[in-house]
Design a protein around this ligand. Structure first.
Ligand code: AHR
Length: 497
């Protein structure tokens, strides 16, 4: 395949928040994940220092919290102050001790060096409860909740800029699910009160690609919003955990930008595309595994609905399929960076996350290395580029049908701070290497960072490393030079850096 760059056209500028993450009060993401008081690896606040370092090393820019389904019956006031009231989390049918609340979350974000992004309870919550949370976090000293924050030993306001109204309230599975018309009114009232508490907040609200839901939201609340939130998971395994194989995962990449295209179209039709950006604030190739809880039937025993959640933590499940898919998704976000300005990998720690924790340490799964490559070696500008002679192959999807799939996903980036290019070149081919010819003007040394894995099913575990980054320098750039892309690989080709 040949790639070309149009150096005459002004490049787009991507927001680093497309490399964001999400963490929820689910299974071992918080408790026993990033928050592990008493573990010798944890700091004085109970946060795992090895996890904090891993998060810093992928420059987490924003962290969404506390849910997810959890938030739709969560009352934040139980999670602040000296007395923490354990509450029964009806979303996931477990008791949450509330020892990790807003103060601990803001401390976590400060130690990572990322922006907090709080998702509020629009299930059982009210506009007032949401705006009280803004008061607690952001008012300097006025009001009972700012005063409560100060009394709790936090005199300075937290300055939480990003807030989302609700989580998936359109879904039958969500506690406090809403009809479209209800949603428009509730979000408008919540947004009004949140912005009267702190007019500097940037608000999002739960949405999807459904035009009726989104029209009600945007007609009632659009004037208050800076973001619209959408979620996608491609491998539908929350009841079965029968993970799709490599080829099926590649077929899932076929129209990976479909949701963005639909939401962009509606925003443009309403003339809102300059005011409202897309926050893809939950995405992952694979749905989380939590059987007998999201559907009508509720598991009668913990064996039925609780124990199976441990199977999210089988590290061999996360292979080069997850890594290649993740790279294709991030390439899509970069290409659409004029409207996708935040995305949150769901989640970051344990479950389907890129960091797995166990009492003595962590495992960096294959997806972690994709983030590592993208945040550390790609540029912040997206020049116009196009390709010719794209190779394709027939691959078998999850439905058993063969589909023709383009095998290379290649993104060109440049740098505000200096010369050169960095190309994210993804080879989806399960077996064969592919050649990429660089048909544009550039100069200087070429350096390649490659995440390939010892097979398409490579994974990392406590005693096993199957996917890591290799690097080499094939010499100086020349027009039309050919780079070999190994099968099932994510490659960053830096030129003139
Ligand atoms: O599977 C996890 C859930 O997926 C999140 O809590 C929710 O936001 C989404 O439906």
């Amino acid at each position: 395949m040949k790639i070309y760059v149009n150096a005459e056209k002004t490049p787009l500028a991507r927001d680093p928040m497309i490399y964001g993450h999400f963490i929820e009060h689910f299974h071992r993401q918080i408790y026993g994940g990033v928050y592990d008081p008493g573990n010798p690896l944890s700091d004085e606040a109970g946060l795992r220092q090895d996890v904090l370092k891993a998060m810093r090393d992928i420059r987490v820019p924003v962290l969404r919290w506390p849910g997810g389904c959890f938030v739709s019956a969560y009352h934040w006031k139980n999670g602040v102050g000296k007395e923490r009231i354990p509450h029964y989390d009806k979303a996931w049918r477990v008791e949450d001790p509330n020892t990790f609340g807003t103060d601990e979350y803001v401390d976590l974000c400060r130690k990572i060096g990322c922006e907090p992004y709080i998702c509020t309870n629009a299930g059982t919550g009210t506009a007032e409860e949401m705006s009280d949370w803004v008061e607690y976090c952001n008012l300097d000293h006025e009001g009972q909740y700012a005063r409560q924050r100060i009394a709790g030993g936090h005199p300075e306001p937290y300055g939480v800029k990003y807030w989302s109204i609700g989580n998936e309230n359109y879904g039958y599975w969500e506690i406090g699910a809403k009809a479209a018309q209800e949603w428009g009114r509730l979000t408008a009232e919540a947004a009004k009160m949140m912005r009267r508490t702190d007019p500097s907040v940037q608000l999002s609200a739960a949405a999807l690609t459904d035009p009726v839901w989104n029209m009600n939201l945007l007609q009632n609340c659009g004037q208050y919003l800076k973001w619209i939130s959408i979620h996608d998971y491609w491998d539908p395994i929350h009841e079965t955990n029968d993970a799709a194989d490599y080829e099926a995962c590649m077929v899932y990449t076929k129209d990976i930008g479909k949701s963005v295209r639909k939401v962009r179209g509606l925003l443009e039709a309403l003339g809102l595309e300059k005011q409202i950006s897309i926050a893809y604030d939950e995405w992952n190739l694979r749905q989380w595994y939590h059987p007998n809880i999201m559907e009508l039937y509720q598991g009668l025993t913990k064996e039925e609905y609780l124990k199976p959640r441990d199977d999210n933590d089988i590290n061999s499940s996360y292979t080069m399929a997850d890594a290649v898919f993740t790279a294709c998704f991030l390439n899509m976000c970069n290409r659409n960076c004029d409207i996708v300005r935040m995305a949150n990998f769901s989640p970051i720690v344990n479950t389907r996350g890129c960091i797995f924790t166990y009492p003595e340490g962590i495992v960096l799964r294959s997806t972690y290395y994709v983030f590592y490559l993208y945040v550390n070696y790609l540029g912040d500008l997206i020049p116009d580029s196009w390709t010719k002679e794209q190779p394709s192959a027939l691959l078998r999807g999850a439905d058993g049908q063969e589909e023709e799939l383009e095998l290379l996903d290649v993104l060109v980036t440049a740098f505000t701070e200096g010369p050169g290019y960095a190309i994210a070149a993804v080879n989806k081919d399960p077996e064969k290497e592919q050649k990429l010819e660089l048909h544009f003007d550039a100069a200087g040394p070429v350096h390649i960072y490659s995440l390939c894995g010892d097979s398409k099913d490579a994974y990392n575990d406590v005693e096993h490393t199957g996917a890591s980054i290799e690097e080499w320098s094939p010499g100086s750039f020349s027009y039309g030079m050919r780079v070999t892309l190994k099968p099932h690989s994510v490659n960053i080709i830096q030129i003139g850096r």
